[in-house]
Write a protein that binds this ligand. Structure first.
Ligand code: ADP
Length: 196
């Protein structure tokens, strides 16, 4: 299983990523968690990353590629992966694909977790009260949603055109979303990906 979950902030990628990875016994690689661990370690790179995260801006592609790609290749070499939060731009997707194809490790299927904007804002504001993340503030939330629409939503077509993508309704209860993803995956995995 080499799966990518695509979806806006608050769509539930983290929850579903962990569940699907467990079900297929593969690694769950969440780009945001990797970046927050770097921030928590208070490295020079971590301090640089913290600024982008708090502003709701994307961390530069080169930093992401350096930090995340080695983990993706290592997981692919083992049993596979569920990616959540990477790639998040077309440039990241194209670069990751180039590198991964050399190692037969490229994404085999992608799921777009669709949720309307108003519902996302409500969810993220609720989460802000529970988790206190530095980027769950109203103006930063709004900016993260804009960044998703501009930079990340084009990935839906990127993977769709390659025959690798299915869409699930992520407004449903978490168990129902998991069911939808698990139902969609076998056909996606069986489908022969068209050339990139
Ligand atoms: P969410 O999807 O709710 O925004 P994440 O934990 O996936 O939460 O990401 C939090 C932040 O980490 C993003 O707003 C961004 O600053 C940074 N980030 C995560 N993944 C990437 C990526 N692939 N490229 C650039 N920045 C990223």
């Amino acid at each position: 299983m080499r799966l990518l979950l695509i979806g806006p902030p608050g769509c539930g990628k983290g929850t579903q990523g962990a569940r699907i990875a467990e079900r297929y016994a593969v690694e769950h690689i969440a780009a945001g968690d990797i970046l927050r661990a770097e921030v928590a370690a208070e490295t020079a790179l971590g301090r640089q990353i913290a600024g982008y995260i708090s502003a709701g801006a994307l961390v530069p592609d080169d930093v992401i590629l350096d930090v995340v790609v080695p983990k993706v290749l290592a997981a692919a070499k083992a049993d596979g992966y569920v990616l959540d939060g990477f790639p998040r731009t077309i440039r990241q997707a194209a670069a990751a694909r180039r590198i991964a194809e050399e190692h037969a490790s490229a994404v085999r299927c992608a799921i777009y977790m669709e949720v309307p904007q108003e519902e996302l804002v409500a969810r993220l504001l609720r989460r802000a009260e529970i988790e206190g993340r530095s980027d769950d503030k109203p103006d930063v939330i709004r900016h993260r949603l804009e960044v998703f629409t501009e930079a990340t939503a084009p990935l839906i077509d990127f993977y769709g055109e390659r025959g690798l993508l299915d869409v699930v309704d992520a407004t449903l209860a978490p168990d129902e979303v998991t069911e939808q993803i698990l139902t969609a995956l076998p056909a996606l995995v069986r489908a022969r990906p068209v050339a990139s």
